[in-house]
Design a protein around this ligand. Structure first.
Ligand code: SF4
Ligand code: SF4
Length: 448
C-alpha cells in the first residue's frame, strides 16, 4: 500500500469517525434531526470519498485538494481570528430599584397599599402590568400548561424556598478566626463544589449591582438596601439537559425550582459557615431575597458572559445554569471576568430571538443600558408569556447552541468558538443545519 493510498483511507476514516462521534453525541442528546443529518452525511462521504478511490485513478489530486481545504478549514476554525471582545461596561450611572423588577411588580395586587404606592411612583408601568395580571400567576389554574397534579408539586418547592428567606442572615461569632485569603478561598470554593455546584468564583462586589430599594421578601418594602460587603461568592448549578429539552412545558419549571432550592441551601450553609468564623455574610436566594443582581456579578466572578437572551452563559453549560450567591467581608482572592466569544457568537446566531414566542429578545445590536452595553430584554413580554402558559418557558435556554451537553464533539467545537470568529460563524449555521433553525411548540392566538 502506497503512502498516498494509506493517507487517502486514513482521511476518509477520520471524517467518518468525526461524523460518527457527532451522531453518538446527537443520540445522547436525543436530537433525531441531528442523527438523521449525520447518517446522511456519513452515506454521502462514504459514497463520494471511497467511490472516488475506486472510480478515479489516481486519488492523489483529490487527496491533495481535500487535504489543503481541510487544513485551511481546521486552521481557520481553531486559530485566534477576529474579535472576541467582552461586554463593554462603562460607569454604571444608576442602581436598579428592586421594586421595578418584574417579579416584584407581579406581586402588587390592585386595592393594596403597595399597588397604590408603586403606580404613583411609576405610572408608566401601570397599564402593561394590569394587562399582565389578567393572566393567572405562574403554576396556577388557568395557565395553558397547568397540571392539577404536577403544578402544585413545583409550587410547593417554591413555597419551601420562600420560607428559607428568613435564614439568609444571622448572628456573627464573636471570636474571629484569622484566615489567609488564598487558603480560605480554596476552602470556600471546595465546600460549594462539594455541595453540588458546577462552578464557583469570587468577585469584588460592585456596589452599583446592589439594588437600591427592597421590592420583595421579608424586609420592609421600599426601604433602602444597605449591603457594604466587599466580596460576592458566586456559583452556578447545572440545569438538567433533558429537563431543559422539555421547554416550554412543566418539567423545565420543576428543574428551575429544584436548582433554586439546592442553590438556596448551599448559600445559606455557606453564609452560616462564614459567620461562624466571625465575618459577616449574607445568602441571596430565590423566593424574593436577592439584594444583588446575580448575572452581572457572576460575570465579574468569571463564571461566564451575558448573552443576548439575558442569562449568564457559562463556558461549559451555556445558559443552562442557575446562580447562587453569598456576599461577605471575609478576605478572599477574586477571580477575573472571562471571554470566550459569546458577544461575537450572539451577533451571528439570533436563535433565541428567532424562537422566543413573546418577542422579548431583541434581534438588533446592543444598546447602552445604564452604562452597560447589552441586549435589553423586554421582560414584560416574557412574563406575560409565562403567565399565559403557566410555566417559566425556557425556550431561549433550550435552543441556545451553548446549551448542548459537554460531549467530546461539542467540547472540540467550543475550543474553536473561544478563539475564532470563523468558527463562530460556521458553528452558528451548523447548529441550524443539525438541530434546526426553529423549534416547534404550541402557539396561541389569545395572548392579548
Ligand atoms: S423565557 Fe421564553 S418568553 Fe422569555 S425570553 Fe426566553 S424564550 Fe422568550
Ligand atoms: S441563542 Fe444564540 S444569540 Fe441567543 S444567547 Fe444563545 S448564542 Fe446568543
Amino acid at each position: 500500500m502506497t503512502v498516498v493510498v494509506f493517507l487517502y483511507f486514513a482521511v476518509g476514516f477520520l471524517l467518518l469517525l468525526f461524523l460518527a462521534l457527532l451522531a453518538v453525541s446527537s443520540l445522547i442528546e436525543k436530537r433525531p434531526r441531528a442523527v438523521v443529518v449525520c447518517a446522511l452525511l456519513i452515506i454521502v462521504v462514504e459514497l463520494v470519498w471511497f467511490g472516488c478511490y475506486f472510480w478515479l485513478e489516481p486519488p492523489f489530486y483529490i487527496l491533495l485538494v481535500f487535504l489543503v481545504a481541510l487544513t485551511g478549514f481546521i486552521l481557520l476554525f481553531f486559530m485566534p481570528l477576529g474579535e472576541s471582545r467582552p461586554l463593554k461596561i462603562g460607569d454604571i450611572i444608576q442602581k436598579v430599584d428592586e421594586r421595578d423588577i418584574i417579579f416584584a411588580r407581579e406581586e402588587y395586587q390592585p386595592g393594596t397599599e403597595k399597588y397604590e404606592k408603586y403606580y404613583d411612583l411609576r405610572p408608566e408601568n401601570k397599564d402593561i402590568d394590569d394587562r399582565m395580571r389578567r393572566f393567572p400567576e405562574l403554576l396556577q389554574p388557568g395557565g395553558r400548561f397547568f397540571d392539577p397534579v404536577g403544578s402544585p408539586q413545583i409550587d410547593a418547592v417554591f413555597d419551601e424556598i420562600e420560607k428559607l428567606t428568613f435564614e439568609v442572615d444571622g448572628e456573627i461569632a464573636e471570636r474571629r478566626v484569622e484566615v489567609k485569603p488564598d487558603k480560605i478561598t480554596r476552602q470556600i470554593k471546595g465546600m460549594v463544589l462539594e455541595q453540588g455546584a458546577t462552578a464557583v468564583g469570587v468577585a469584588k462586589l460592585n456596589p452599583m449591582y446592589v439594588y437600591s430599594h427592597v421590592g420583595r421578601g421579608p424586609e420592609p418594602w421600599g426601604s433602602p438596601i444597605v449591603n457594604s460587603h466587599r466580596y460576592a461568592i458566586m456559583f452556578a448549578l447545572e440545569m438538567d439537559y433533558y429537563q431543559v429539552e422539555t421547554a416550554p412545558h412543566l418539567p423545565i419549571t420543576g428543574e428551575s425550582a429544584r436548582q433554586y432550592l439546592i442553590g438556596a441551601e448551599i448559600s445559606i450553609a455557606l453564609a452560616a459557615y462564614i459567620r461562624s468564623l466571625g465575618y459577616p455574610a449574607q445568602a441571596h436566594i430565590a423566593g424574593s431575597n436577592y439584594q444583588i443582581m446575580l448575572p452581572p456579578v457572576a460575570q465579574d466572578a468569571g463564571l461566564g458572559e451575558l448573552g443576548r437572551l439575558g442569562y449568564l452563559i457559562s463556558p461549559e453549560l451555556g445558559p443552562r445554569v442557575r446562580l447562587g450567591a453569598v456576599t461577605t467581608n471575609l478576605p478572599l482572592l477574586t477571580d477575573k471576568p472571562i471571554t470566550f466569544g459569546v458577544q461575537d457568537f450572539c451577533e451571528k446566531c439570533l436563535k433565541c430571538a428567532d424562537n422566543c414566542p413573546s418577542g422579548a429578545i431583541p434581534r438588533g445590536g446592543r444598546v447602552n443600558v445604564r452604562g452597560v452595553e447589552k441586549w435589553p430584554l423586554t421582560v414584560e413580554k416574557c412574563i406575560h408569556y409565562w403567565r399565559h402558559i403557566g410555566t417559566d418557558c425556557g425556550l431561549c435556554m433550550k435552543v441556545c447552541p451553548f446549551s448542548h451537553p459537554p460531549t467530546l464533539v461539542h467540547n472540540i467545537i467550543r475550543t474553536g468558538l473561544r478563539r475564532s470568529s470563523f468558527a463562530r460563524a460556521v458553528s452558528a449555521r451548523g447548529d441550524d443545519l443539525f438541530y434546526g433553525k426553529k423549534v416547534s411548540y404550541e402557539r396561541f392566538s389569545d395572548m392579548e
